[in-house]
Design a protein around this ligand. Structure first.
Ligand SMILES: [Fe+2]
Length: 479
């Protein structure tokens, strides 16, 4: 064999070995595709479908080899002997075929639970079980509570949203539940993105109940080109089926310790011409017959926008008059990928004690340019945030934190005897408003657009004259 042939022989053998090594490693890393289901449960998530004081629903996923699954529950106890006292409940099981795989989704609703009690539960079957998780039932009566609210997670969920939900949990591990205001993911039926959403929140979802309202990104296109709710939504969650016909598990309400929480399906308004009217009619019934002290609405599309060039008139027309008429206290929204908090416009100078407080927030990394509309009293651009909302008798307190755990915005509502709220601004005065144009957006903007932005900001500043927190960073170079 000539020397050159020998070199080629060795090169060929080395390449083959490298190729074999590569395939053996990739096979080891991804045995059956990304976020593939296994016989052991994953995507374990708590939600409520009925009374949070006496019931708890749990949903999870396995591969299709698991035909029958169970959830076991026992009162939690510091002794590790509590599993001996567990009772077992058979799950409802459904098949879901996604772009990635086929899986079984299982769900159980525990009933007859004691209020304000810590329980332990696990899910699985045969030799494949989850760990034991704790959750606490709601008190049957009025009692202080707190929850975490997230605007759109949507993009780079594993890479960049995970830090937000984990920081939120670290700030308030005692929160009673989580609320997601839509666009949890970007492409409605991409199983991998749901996999990322579960990766990011992990076992937090198994310990805290979740309330979620669908965003436009939870609506995909059907074969006829129409908009349709993600087929992953209903198998993933177990929400109350008390909404208008055809909008089960997207439009619903539940009462938690004297607070009514309502989810409205705003993307449905853009999918079906009748959905606005049907929801408004239902909403009026739910608001007019409401014995709770506080009422909080979550919906994806905002009544008032924070992002430039955006307005959801259909949503405002359908729901806002009812919010005003029946004294909704707080409306928690997403969609505009920026932050804004403020009141209704129509009440002018005295507006602070009338109508709900509207919030638009964003928890993921996708960011839009601010519009500085009149309704906004505190804004943020290019900032990932999460919110902690606490209710204690006549006091509702609200705090928005940046993804790095800094308090950014705060207010209180004190409910008077006549049902109206006194608004108290608790904005941290030493925290400048972050409303510069994100650099990557600036690069895409024409000079004229930058000038316009600056103009809108100057008007915003004039309207909010006297506010010490308006030492804006980043606008110096805007013109
Ligand atoms: Fe979004």
């Amino acid at each position: 064999m000539k020397n050159t042939h020998l070199v080629f022989f060795f090169l060929g053998a080395a390449s083959l070995a490298a190729l074999l090594l590569y395939f053996s490693f990739t096979t080891l890393e991804e045995p059956a595709g990304l976020y593939a289901p296994q016989p052991t449960p994953d995507r374990i998530i708590l939600s409520w479908s009925a009374d949070p004081a006496t019931t708890q629903s749990v949903t999870w996923r396995t591969d299709v080899s698991v035909k029958e699954a169970f959830a076991e529950i026992a009162p939690a106890d510091p002794s590790p002997d509590f599993p001996g006292r567990a009772t077992s409940v058979k799950a409802a099981t459904e098949l879901l075929v996604t772009d990635n795989n086929a899986a079984h989704f299982h769900s159980v609703t525990f009933t007859g639970l004691q209020p304000a009690t810590l329980y332990a539960y696990r899910v699985g079957s045969g030799d494949h079980w989850s760990e034991w998780f704790h959750f606490k039932t709601a008190s049957g009566e009025e009692a202080p509570f707190a929850f975490l609210y997230f605007g759109d997670a949507q993009n780079d969920i594993k890479s960049l949203w995970s830090r937000c939900i984990r920081q939120a949990y670290s700030t308030m591990p005692d929160a009673d539940f989580l609320l997601h205001a839509g666009d949890l993911i970007n492409r409605a039926n991409r199983d991998e993105e749901w996999g990322e959403w579960f990766y990011a929140g992990g076992w937090i979802y198994g310990m805290k109940s979740n309330i979620a309202t669908p965003g436009n990104h939870e609506y995909g296109r059907n074969v006829l080109g129409g908009r349709e709710l993600s087929k992953i939504w209903k198998p993933t969650f177990t929400f109350p089926a008390n909404g208008p016909e055809g909008l089960d598990e997207t439009v619903y309400y539940l009462d938690y310790q004297c607070t009514r929480i309502i989810s409205l399906d705003t993307p449905a308004l853009y999918a079906d011409d009748d959905a606005g009217e049907a929801q408004a009619k239902w909403l009026e019934g739910v608001l007019s017959n409401n014995p709770n002290r506080w009422t909080i609405v979550t919906q994806h599309h905002p009544v008032y926008s924070t992002a430039r060039g955006r307005d959801n008139e259909e949503v405002r027309e359908a729901f806002q008059p009812l919010f005003e008429k029946y004294g909704v206290d707080l409306v928690l929204q997403g969609h505009d990928h920026s932050y804004g908090r403020g009141h209704n416009l129509q009440f002018g100078a005295s507006r602070k004690d009338k109508g709900p407080i509207y919030v638009v927030s964003v928890s993921g990394p996708k960011m839009y340019n601010l519009n500085f509309e009149e309704w906004m009293e505190r804004a943020a651009s290019n900032t990932q945030l999460y919110q902690i909302i606490k209710v204690d008798g006549n006091l509702l307190s609200y705090e928005a934190y940046t993804a790095t755990g800094q308090l950014y915005d705060a207010f209180e509502l004190r409910k008077r005897n006549d049902g109206a709220n006194k608004f108290i601004d608790r904005t941290p005065k030493d925290v400048p408003e972050i409303i510069s144009i994100p650099e990557r957006l600036q690069l895409k903007m024409e000079e004229e657009e930058v000038r316009e932005y600056r103009q809108r900001f100057e008007e915003y500043k004039a309207r909010n004259k006297g506010r010490k927190d308006l030492q804006v960073k980043g606008l110096e170079g805007a013109d």
